[in-house]
Design a protein around this ligand. Structure first.
Ligand code: FES
Length: 161
């Protein structure tokens, strides 16, 4: 899949942050931009990013598979990533995850039948003190999540779908 002119302009701004001979350093930002546009990173999209940055496709694939913010398969409109690492686990994140699963009727790495939500487990988001924390589409962090706040978040996102 080719990227739009708008996406390429945004990637150019990422490239401009680095010396000209190191434009490959923009790969993480470029992948985020490509994902924002396409919803997920197909092999074709990653190849397009690789071609634009002058990288081997496998090098882009290695980056995309290392970080869990990248979607390597289509997701629901809202990807909910809950941190289940130990510090959050000790502060109720596993119970919060169970509540989300029950509310949505899905488990980790699953998508609701209506395509609205995908649930993922995440690594530390640097917000351990305000657990449980959920990241919505990699960009919006929701913290101190009680069951009531989770219900309100799900209702809000469903209303926006
Ligand atoms: S361990 Fe969950 S945010 Fe740090």
């Amino acid at each position: 899949m080719s990227l739009s002119a708008h996406a390429l302009q945004r990637i150019d701004r990422e490239i401009a942050k680095y010396p000209p001979e190191q434009k490959q350093s923009a790969v993480m930002g470029a992948l985020i931009i490509a994902q924002d546009e396409c919803g997920w990173l197909s092999p074709e999209t990653m190849a397009a990013v690789a071609g634009y940055l002058g990288m081997a496709p496998v090098a882009v694939y290695e980056v995309a598979t290392f970080y869990n913010m990248y979607n390597l398969e289509p997701t629901g409109r809202f990807k909910l990533t809950i941190c289940t690492c130990l510090p959050c686990g000790l502060q109720g994140s596993l119970a919060a995850a169970d509540h989300i699963k029950a509310r949505l009727g899905i488990g980790f790495n699953e998508t609701t039948p209506d395509g609205c939500f995908t649930l993922k487990e995440g690594e530390c988001m640097g917000a351990c003190a305000t657990a449980p924390v959920v990241l919505v589409n990699n960009k919006r962090m929701c913290d101190r999540l009680s069951n009531e706040k989770i219900d309100a978040l799900i209702d809000e996102l469903r209303g926006a779908a």
